[in-house]
Design a protein around this ligand. Structure first.
Ligand code: ADP
Ligand code: MG
Length: 273
């Protein structure tokens, strides 16, 4: 017999509602799973990363964390995945596509190549395994007590014109954005320019054209002309990032490869207050 009382139909309605709810939940779970598969890093917010670092007593963010924050702010980075075993590293290298770069991830190592923690241009699974073991060995030798989080597998960015975008904090004016071309231009010639954040698009364009090495960005010999709009976008997004997050004391995108179309940040460092 069909239930006819108001009470019974009320229960039925509740059941139906529950069904709809659980179906919605299922759909939501599927959607979240889908997001997790394709873009796991973008679900983590900059503020969560800062909180976790502070909780662990760290002021230097791991490359994975710094690059995840860059992604949140539309700053292009090389694709990456954190491996905990050499087998996982091989799997990730195959997913990312050869050639790849392997790098040590440790809260105790700021300058990774100084301790033999970076191996570039790895082209086969066998070499991934070798590089993985080599990096761990190098780090153990140079910095025995370093805590190892894992080994980062990342896409190898083809070499091109290199630029550097940095941020330092002025005690009076707050974060200042720095721009220059990579290598000797910044390190030897100190050919850099600064603006106090937040910067406008015009200021970003001025920064790019006022460094002495600017003609190189317009193309020179075997260097193709660089995508100026891509650099402008990186400068503006960096400005927005450090304006919205005063927790950042220093930021260093070094180097960023700039192509005829687009750009890619190869290494990102963030130091917190
Ligand atoms: P660190 O500055 O901590 O020593 P980096 O991540 O900058 O380490 O790596 C050192 C150098 O290796 C970079 O300056 C760059 O020349 C090269 N390199 C690192 N990662 C990549 C990459 N994904 N693609 C191409 N070159 C890379
Ligand atoms: Mg570097």
């Amino acid at each position: 017999m069909e239930p006819t009382s108001g009470h019974a139909s009320h229960i039925n309605l509740a059941k139906i509602n529950q069904k709809i709810l659980s179906h919605k939940k299922l759909q939501l779970n599927i959607a979240i799973k889908g997001l997790n598969c394709s873009r796991p890093q973008t679900l983590v917010k900059a503020s969560d990363i800062f909180v976790d670092a502070y909780k662990e007593g760290r002021k230097y963010l791991l490359e994975t964390e710094a690059k995840t924050i860059c992604m949140e702010y539309g700053i292009p980075v090389t694709r990456f995945k954190l491996a905990k075993t050499w087998k996982e590293a091989v799997k990730f290298a195959e997913e990312i596509g050869y050639p790849v770069v392997l790098k040590i991830v440790s809260p105790d190592i700021i300058h990774k190549s100084d301790v033999g923690g970076v191996i570039i241009n790895i082209k086969t699974a066998e070499d991934v395994q070798k590089a993985y073991e080599q990096i761990l060995e190098n780090v153990k030798r140079h910095k025995t007590e370093a805590k190892i989080v894992g080994v980062l597998v990342q896409e190898m960015a083809p070499s091109s014109t290199e630029i550097i975008v940095g941020v330092t904090k002025d005690p009076q004016f707050g974060p200042a954005i720095m721009f220059g071309l990579g290598g000797i231009f910044v390190e030897v010639l100190k050919d850099v320019t600064f603006r106090i954040a937040p910067i406008t698009e015009n200021e970003a364009r001025e920064m790019i054209t006022e460094v002495k090495a600017y003609p190189l960005l317009r193309g020179y010999r075997n260097l193709p002309p660089a995508d100026i709009d891509a650099i402008v976008k990186i400068l503006l997004n960096t400005s927005r990032l450090v304006t919205e997050h005063q927790e950042i004391k220093e930021l260093d995108l070094n180097p960023i490869m700039v192509y005829e179309r687009g750009a890619k940040t190869v290494d990102a460092r963030i130091i917190l207050e």
